[in-house]
Design a protein around this ligand. Structure first.
Ligand code: ZN
Length: 267
């Protein structure tokens, strides 16, 4: 039972080399790499949050995908670039250079095997930039290699309209959203009795700079939070988690279909 959330017939490591050697139309098979992080998520959530969410969303979407669409998931990459959480013990971080190098080499291995569609599906807010660099560099190096730097939380139709505006803006880590989803996925690993709300200190009203906006400043979590939480996990519930997860999976099924249909624009 090594496949976890990924349906076994979609789990790339269960294939043999001869399966791959004889696979028809490999150039149009979608290969997905779930990417997470092992990093602190406050006193109430386990380190695995981002890896669990990326893998569960990919796995559930692959389960619902039309069986005629060829798509496989690589084994999830648990580690990511988490140096913003560096001061909190338990956080494991790869450097940007290591993560870039590793994803480049995974991509090159797929290319060598004849695959031409590679989707990076990342669940950690601290590393979309890495995915973008890798995707661009792989495509520049191999111009028929179509690479997609994707972030789990950027799909449309996520049911966040009821979140308070403050949570929507500042609840970026271990807040209501992630806690609800973890209550849905791994309820035994959530310690609601330890949950605390903490928002970052506010900047002066006249400042055009912000934490994650168009004109951001660099920060580590310790600058902004004592508990490691950025947001309010207390209103989290299993029902909210189920709703968020179902909506995300539904949107990801559409994205996977689109990846299969996609042709690189050409002038
Ligand atoms: Zn997270």
């Amino acid at each position: 039972m090594m496949h976890g959330y990924i349906p076994p017939h979609r789990f790339f490591p269960y294939l043999t080399w001869t399966d791959i050697d004889t696979m028809p139309n490999r150039a149009n098979v979608v290969i997905v790499q779930p990417i997470g992080a092992i990093e602190q998520h406050g006193p109430h959530l386990p380190l695995i949050v981002d890896a669990a969410i990326a893998t569960a969303v990919v796995g559930k979407a692959l389960s619902q995908l039309d069986p005629n669409i060829p798509a496989y998931s690589l084994p999830p990459l648990y580690y990511g670039k988490s140096n913003e959480h560096w001061h909190f013990p338990g956080t494991i971080t790869l450097s940007a250079q290591t993560l870039i190098q590793m994803l480049m080499e995974v991509g090159e291995s797929l290319y060598r095997a004849g695959f031409r569609k590679f989707a990076l599906i990342n669940g950690h807010g601290g590393q979309p930039q890495i995915m973008e660099i890798v995707a661009r560099d792989l495509h520049q190096k191999y111009d028929d290699f179509l690479v997609f730097p994707l972030f789990v939380w950027r799909v449309p139709n996520l049911p966040f309209q009821d979140l308070p505006p403050k949570e929507l803006e500042y609840g970026i880590h271990a807040g209501e959203i992630e806690t609800s989803v973890l209550l849905s996925l791994l309820p035994e690993q959530v310690r609601m009795d330890q949950a605390v709300a903490e928002y970052p200190p506010e900047l002066p009203e006249e400042s055009v700079l912000s934490m994650e906006g168009a004109l951001p400043f660099a920060w580590t979590t310790r600058d902004l939070s004592r508990s490691g939480v950025l947001g309010d996990p207390l209103p989290a519930t299993v029902e909210k988690g189920d709703r968020i997860l179902n909506a995300a999976v539904e949107s990801w099924v559409c994205v996977l279909k689109d990846l299969h249909r996609f042709r690189q624009p050409q002038v």
